[in-house]
Design a protein. Structure first.
Length: 140
């Protein structure tokens, strides 16, 4: 079964974790695995590596870390909680890179953002499904 599970979340959309986390928890409980939660902040990747980020961006990252840690603490049993990961850059690219870096075996993610037709995958879910090296479970 899957020991290392990752759930990508959009901090602005509770539905991105409210639907996916219960499924990830069930898989983790069955396999004795852990769940890492990742969020991606877009727009910060324009700064060159090695250059310092403006104070407002550092605060944005720190706030995202606090919010993600709170989501993990409130929604994932402590024995299943893996790393909360805050990445910056392209959403799909960072989700895929985090899955490789953390040697994730299963990505569990919501099908689409609110307002997108139930018949289609959202663009991020579709891209992750198409390019992930591990299994991906899309929750509707």
């Amino acid at each position: 079964m899957y020991k290392k599970i990752m759930v990508p979340v959009d901090l602005a959309e509770a539905s991105s974790w409210e639907e996916a986390l219960p499924v990830a928890i069930e898989f983790a409980q069955l396999s004795g695995g852990s769940i890492s939660v990742v969020t991606v902040i877009t727009g910060l990747h324009v700064f060159l590596k090695g250059s310092s980020l403006p104070t407002e961006f550092v605060k944005l990252i720190e706030q995202a870390e606090r919010t993600l840690t709170t989501i993990v603490a409130k929604n994932i049993p402590s024995e299943l909680a893996g790393k909360p990961l805050v990445k910056n850059g392209s959403i799909c690219r960072e989700i895929l890179q985090a899955s490789r870096d953390e040697q994730i075996e299963l990505i569990v993610m919501a099908a689409h953002p609110p307002g997108v037709s139930e018949y289609f995958l959202g663009p991020h879910a579709a891209h992750v499904v198409s390019h992930a090296k591990c299994s991906v479970l899309v929750v509707r």
